[in-house]
Write a protein that binds this ligand. Structure first.
Ligand code: GLY
Ligand code: MN
Ligand code: MN
Length: 489
């Protein structure tokens, strides 16, 4: 190919295609329709979700893109995962959703019709660029990346009206009702609709509402989250069984990551976030994802990992394990303090409690423990005052977050609904206090330096409290020791 910009004749490693081959490729393909009864898992929830979103923005066009492919190098893209708001509104979660856009078109002063703009299955007609896409296009061709549904099939999967993505530009640049966009998700949609611009507040409200509508999970979503948790439990068991091999590998943390990620990929879409496998003082780095260390057999291993289901629901669990199989007295002392904090946090979960309450309950235990140890040299009460917080040198972050389609779910929700809000049945969240005693922290006795401990579980708020979804993993030190011993037997 000679490009006009450079005048250079360049080409990929693919050989040119002759007209004879192109004509041949256009013929004699048998029909291969999807089974007529195939439906996207969870699709029956869509009308209710659309109705709630519609009620928030009467008379306005709402544009929710899936997002676009991102080049990794040359003609290779990163694996695609649709934006969680798009997944929630379509129940379409596959890699084939790249570039697609859901539009809620106002049908009058109230009510909307959801319309899905998508790139349908590659045609097989040959003789023109779109016609040879199926065997020549590395990004979208069926023979390169797999089959997409056609418009009728996508309509059957979702129950939504479907239109060709090529018609979206006309819609977005034609006569405009008041429009809100999930901005920052698809640069082409942003450009077509004049983002960024004077719409930031309106668009921000759409993003906030899309987060807030997802704060309370329905029963199908809770089942999906339980599935994510169950697969994660299996992944943790795999890791313990792999410890003898990992301990002998110069990058044992990487081995652990690989073992967990294998389970995540085999059972679900993959991991909910990059696996954290941290031996010894690496555990004092909250998001240690370099995972390039050896496993020190006398240290603790902090494993923070979660499986994401094919429907994109996330688990997020941490266990801190003694690599020797037994906590030594100092490790045990620190572990038991974090466990007591987590138990206090879990006990504070109930409908009507404030989101901040479980964090406060956990931090009270930590601050009192640190004061008892003489690490915190002021009274716990004083440290716990908002304008003090000195204990936070050793805890660094909040004690939990909402969990759902994203592992840090509902992150655009307004503070009055989330951070300063009240818990309701159906909310799913993590409780994950930690102690991060940095190896170079001169305020600490030498024996405590380099200990990093987090215990993280996933819970659903019930009408009278909370259910521990990750109960299949042991939490107490003796239970962890005997669980490890059983798995390694
Ligand atoms: N992996 C970070 C977190 O647990 O929130
Ligand atoms: Mn985590
Ligand atoms: Mn978490």
């Amino acid at each position: 190919m000679t490009t006009p910009q450079t005048g250079l004749h360049t080409g990929s490693h693919d050989l040119p295609v002759s007209p004879a081959l192109d004509a041949f490729m256009a013929t004699r393909w048998a029909p291969t329709p999807l089974p007529a009864d195939r439906r996207a898992p969870g699709h029956d929830r869509l009308p209710g979700r659309h109705a709630r979103l519609s009620a928030a923005f009467p008379g306005e066009r709402l544009v929710v893109p899936a997002g676009r492919l991102k080049v990794r190098c040359n003609d290779l893209d990163h694996r695609f995962r649709p934006h969680s708001a798009y997944a929630w509104l379509t129940c379409l979660t596959g890699e084939d959703q790249a570039d697609h856009v859901l539009v809620l078109e106002p049908t009058g002063p109230a009510g909307h019709e959801p319309v899905l703009y998508l790139r349908p299955r590659s045609p097989r007609s040959g003789g023109h660029a779109a016609g040879s896409e199926f065997y020549r296009d590395r990004r979208y061709g069926e023979f390169w990346v797999g089959r997409r549904p056609d418009l009728a099939e996508a309509a059957a999967l979702t129950g939504l009206r479907t239109e060709h993505l090529d018609d979206l530009g006309k819609l977005l640049t034609g006569p405009q009702p008041p429009t809100r966009v999930l901005a920052g998700t698809d640069p082409l949609v942003d450009e077509a609709t004049g983002r960024p611009g004077p719409h930031a507040r309106a668009d921000g409200e759409l993003a906030a509402v899309l987060s807030e509508l997802r704060l309370v999970k329905d029963t199908w979503e809770v089942d999906q989250l339980q599935l994510a948790v169950d697969h994660t439990v299996t992944g943790f068991q795999d890791v313990v069984r792999a410890l003898p091999t990992a301990l002998h590998h110069p990058r044992g943390e990487r081995w652990i990551e690989g073992v967990f990620d294998l389970r995540a990929r085999a059972e679900g879409n993959g991991t909910s976030y990059t696996t954290i496998a941290a031996s010894g003082a690496h555990a004092c780095v909250l998001h240690w994802i370099r995972n390039d260390g050896a496993l020190d057999p006398d240290s603790l291993l902090l494993l923070d990992a979660g499986v994401e289901t094919d429907t994109l629901y996330a688990a997020d669990i941490t266990r801190t394990l003694p690599l020797s199989g037994t906590f030594n007295p100092v490790q045990r002392q620190a572990y038991d303090l974090v466990l007591a904090a987590q138990s206090a946090g879990i006990a504070a979960l109930r409908p009507g409690a404030r989101f901040r309450d479980f964090h406060r309950a956990a931090m009270r235990v930590i601050a009192e423990g640190l004061a008892d140890w003489g690490v915190l040299r002021i009274p716990a009460e004083q440290a716990l005052e908002d304008d003090n917080g000195l204990h936070r040198r050793y805890t660094l972050c909040g004690s939990g977050h909402m969990l759902g389609l994203d592992y840090h779910d509902c992150a655009r929700a307004r503070a009055d609904r989330y951070l300063d809000g009240v818990l309701e049945p159906g909310m799913v969240l993590t409780v994950e206090p930690g102690l991060y005693l940095q190896p170079d922290d001169e305020t600490l006795p030498v024996e405590l330096r380099g200990l990093g401990i987090r215990i993280e579980d996933d819970l659903v708020i019930t009408p009278d409290g909370a259910r521990l979804m990750s109960h299949a993993l042991p939490r107490t030190a003796p239970a962890i020791e005997s669980w490890m011993s059983d798995l390694l037997r």
